[in-house]
Structure formats: C-alpha cells, structure tokens
Design a protein around this ligand. Sequence first.
Ligand code: PLP
Length: 503
Amino acid sequence: MHQSISGLELGDVDPGLFELLDERTLQWALQYLSRRSQDAAYPLSPGIKPGEVADLFPAEPPASPQSPGEILNLFETNIVPHTMGWNTDGFMGYFGLGSSLVAVIAQKLEAVLTQTRMQWSTSPAATELEKVVLGWIKRLLGLPDTWFGMLHTNSRVDLALVAALEAQGYDISSKGFAGLPQFCCYASTEAHGANEKAMAMVGLGKNNLRRIAVDDRYCMDSNALRQAIEKDIQLGYMPLMVIATIGTTSTTSIDPIPAIADICEEYGLWLHVDAAYAGLFAIDPEMRWILSGCERAESFTTNPHKLLYTPFDHSIFFIKRPELLKQALRSNAAYLVHSGTPGATDLYDFTDKIPHRFPALTLWMVLCFFGVDGIISRQRRMRELAQVVMQRVRAHPEMEVMAPAPFTVVCFRAHPQGMRGRQLNALNKRLMDEINTRGRYFISDTILQGRFTLRIAIGNIKTDQEPVDGLWQEVITVLEELKRDFMPTAGSLPLEGIEIRAS
Ligand code: PLP
C-alpha cells in the first residue's frame, strides 16, 4: 500500500508524488526486465529511420512543468520502443551485455547521493570503496596486489599511452612532442578500434598504430610483432607500446601474452593488456590461465560493464607505475590545489577528468549480491551455453564454425553446399538481417578472412537455455526460408550486399 512521507520537503517534488513515481517506475522496470524474447512487445532492434525519434519531440522544451505521469507516458511511448533491447535475454549481439537488478538499484542510490570523487575529501567513501573493490578484483584475478586501480567510464588505452610517454623521460606531458622521433605502437589486426582512437587523442597519430598479423586462431603472431618492431627501428621510428588483447572483439581470441611480454622486455616497450571483454572470466579459478603473463604488463584494462552485470560506464584500469600518470596529469587548479588531505589519495590526479561519479558503489553491491561463487556459476553457465551453440553449428551439415570459442561468443556462418564467395556472404548477411528484423533476438556480424561471419554473444544475466534454443531455431528456420527462396536458382542469388573479399 502506498504511504505518503508527509512533512518532508524535497525541494523539487512532493515526497508523496515521489513515492508514486517510484512505484510506477519500479513496476515498469520489473516488467521490462522480466520480458522474454518469446513475448517481446516490440522488436529488440527498432526498425526505424534516422530522424524518426527526434521527430516525435517538439523543437522547444515545455515552458511550464509537464506532469510526471505525462513525462513517464512519453518515456514509454516515444523512447522505450525505439531503444535497442541490450538488457534482454534475446540480445546476443555485442558486448555490453546488460545489467542486473541489483545494479539498477545501486545506480538509483548513487544518483540520490550524487557524489564526485575528484579528491578524497569530496567523497571519502567513493574514493576508498573504489580501492577496496579493485583490491578484491586484483585478488580474484590473481593480479599483482601492488598495482594501482581506478574505475573509468570505458577502457583507457589513452591513459596507458600517456603513462608510456611519460616513462620515456622527455616530459612530453608538459612540452609536447617537439624535436622527438616519431613514436609507434603495435596491436593485432583483431584489436579493438578504441586503440586507433586513443592514438589520435594522444597525438601519436592513428597511422602509427601498426596492425600485426594474426595466426589461424586470430591470435597475434609474435614473430610478426618482432619483425615489425625491427623494421620500425631501422626506419628511425621509436617503438613505444604493444597492446595485447585477451578476448578480441570479433572472435574473442587470446594474444600470446608471455611471448609478447618477452618482446616488450627485450625492446623496452610498454605492455598494455586489453582484457576489456574477457578479463573477468579469470575470476573462475579454472579460467585463471587466460591471464597468464599479465603480471608482467605495465597496464591492464577490463570492463565490469561487459561481464559483471553492471550497466555501461564501469571499466577498470590497473597500472603498475601510477606516479607516471600523476606526473603527467596532476591538476594545479587554483580552487583545488590547497584542499588536498595529507595521507589521502586524490583520484583526480591520476586521470584527465576532475569530477567523476561513484562507480564503486554499483560494483561493490553487485559483488556482494552475487558473491564470488554466484558469479563463477553464472559465468560457467554462459560458457556452457556457448558450447551448446558450437556443438549445434558443428553438427549441422550446412553450418560452419568460423573461429574457436574460448568464452561465450560463437562465430559461424551458414554454408549450403555449392554456394561460394559473394553469394555466401550475401546469404549470411540476409540471415542476420532477417533474424534481427523479426525482433525477438539480436545477433551481430564480423568479417573473418573476407568471409561474412555471424556472431552470437551470450552473456546477459537473463539469457538461459530458452532464448539460446529459440535463437538457434530461428537461425535454422530463416535459413530454410532463404534457401527456399534462392536455392533452386542458386546462381541467381543476388550479388548485392556487402562488398568484401570473397573466399
Ligand atoms: N577492447 C575490446 C577487446 C572490446 O571488445 C571493446 C568493446 O567491445 C573495447 C576494448 C572498448 O570497450 P569500452 O569502450 O566499453 O571500454
């Protein structure tokens, strides 16, 4: 029963109304989170054209207050149906696999507190809880206890680059690059696009990220890395950093960290490990091997918002020598410089942002709510489901596994007999588009060796056997329909679709 907290003044809304709104939004949230792919009221992927959402809104904001009920109605009619169903059981497209109910609650509490942990004194709890939970994570992953950790909004290769430049001893953060040789960095052809963005942001230049060839399992070829470094040295470049990935975005391949660490030590290069997607699988002792050699890295990143049931904006960055970041980024803002607290760590000294919210609250609540055992058992279940899909692909005469699946992403394609090259690519693109248009499931694609490849990424906390079975059934059904349409005249399958190298 609704009870009003009479006598309180909130400043912006009547407390009784706040309770009513809270009740309504809670009901809505529970309904949204408990919807199943089978009975989705609207497609996971809204089939609308650019501009259609904006057109639903007036050009000017309301001059006088709109009623909260009206605002929530508009949220439900104009916004929700035009969002992507990231946080649903049928979403198996990209990483960023959705948040848990406890994280939703934590975010609400965080919004109530509205903390900014720029200095220790501006939020001792936010500062110290971050240290506590990142200490837990280090121990769970078997990473060096001495590493310094911080939470960021996303994985921060740019911060690793800043620290690596600082480590060169040229005081680049103060004086810039004038008179210095051209630095270059290395990542595999499968590494994430965020690496190029970071090169651009730090001023090193996207073209100076060398893309190193991978082997047939999509892991960085360490011999090719060595050759590329040698070539750059001969040409007068200054090699700076190698970015090794544990869980690449397309196939979730694992670069050979120990071999790469040997090379980094030999040439004096910074080793940054991008374990954005897969690193947290090492919470499970039986998966600890994936981080083998990472203790030799200078910096390391992994994202709870991909694997630990938190919403976006929860990314962990560990660094062996945090003093390099402090040297480069310490702020001398007049309004802050005298307010430091002796003996305290002011987290804003170690990053480019001054105010920052309280991300540790959500991570802490999630860790406590599920417990380590609860997280491990869920991760194992997700990995099992991925193996179920792999077995189905292998067992199907017209399907083909396109890459190993060490975690929860399956790369595959349909491959009816006699169909090749661009036709095959076009068929698989149609298959994906049709599944996504039907709206109960969402899958994604990638290109592997010129071949259009379908990706099923399992990981949302609500995804269990049922949506995985349902998706597989849909894949088979749609494939049969497409074959019916096109196979009798396979030669006439339209050659349109993506133009990629045929195989
Ligand atoms: N690295 C890898 C391997 C990824 O898969 C991704 C995103 O999918 C990123 C980095 C960037 O993620 P974010 O910007 O969320 O940190």
